[in-house]
Design a protein around this ligand. Structure first.
Ligand SMILES: [Fe+2]
Length: 242
């Protein structure tokens, strides 16, 4: 019998997003990939899922990961050199993920994604007290502010109006793909679902640190879950960073 119902196309890769704008794939400089071999293996597998460009964002967090332009450039160079002598067909670059705490300082040479987009994060436990002031001063210095994984800030789960306030301040919001798959728990997923429904996200990313993230992401992608959930959402990864 001929079915009148067309089967929904199964999209089981992530080329529709294509560009990862937040990850910890550079070796040995934060809580992400520990060494070059692991970096190459993670990049290769992410490439097989459909990512073709990686803008890596190691932590710059004074207390735990005091990175700077030198440590990040050197780790990036190691990966690039290793990829050149192998058969990789991906583009790779680096910026940083800045922890905005009391030690964070604004300067003219912060490490940015293209177009002077700066990726910032806060503690998951409490909002940085002067966050609005920092955002404003960054913008005055010409930076476009991206807040990493807003859905993961537990202190906002009962104060959803804070998310609207960030948007009113002109902050771009970046979703962690694993959040919508429940990886960080049901409250984080609920916050992500709310922000999606309100069309408040601008970007999506893996925030990938290790094999466990990769394994979960792989199942979210290859099952078709992520495409079905996010494939028609207007993320600006390609528009801003191609
Ligand atoms: Fe991150």
């Amino acid at each position: 019998m001929i079915s009148f119902f067309k089967k929904k196309a199964q999209v089981s890769d992530i080329e529709w997003l294509g560009i990862d704008v937040h990850s910890h794939l550079l070796p040995g400089i934060d809580d992400g990939s520990p060494d070059l071999d692991k970096s190459l293996s993670l990049i290769r597998q992410l490439n097989e899922l459909g990512f073709y460009k990686f803008l890596c964002t190691p932590h710059i967090f004074t207390e735990l990961y005091p990175n700077n332009s030198d440590t990040i450039t050197s780790a990036l160079t190691d990966v690039k050199n290793a990829m050149n002598s192998s058969d990789f067909n991906v583009e790779i670059g680096a910026a940083a993920e800045y922890m905005v705490d009391e030690t964070f300082k604004i300067s003219d040479d912060l490490l940015c994604l293209p177009g002077k987009h700066i990726l910032i994060e806060m503690s998951y436990l409490s909002e940085t007290p002067n966050i609005e002031d920092v955002i404003f001063k960054l913008q005055l210095s010409g930076y476009k502010v991206i807040l990493a994984h807003p859905e993961r800030y537990n202190f906002n789960h009962k104060s959803l109006e804070r998310y609207h306030r960030y948007k009113d301040l002109g902050v771009m919001l970046q979703l962690n793909l694993l959040s919508v798959y429940g990886y960080y728990g049901k409250d984080v997923k609920a916050a992500a679902d709310y922000l999606l429904e309100q069309q408040m996200y601008d970007l999506a990313a893996t925030d990938l640190h290790h094999d466990k993230h990769l394994k979960t992401l792989t199942s979210a992608v290859t099952s078709g879950y992520l495409y079905n959930k996010l494939g028609n959402y207007n993320f600006k990864n390609k528009e801003l960073f191609s």
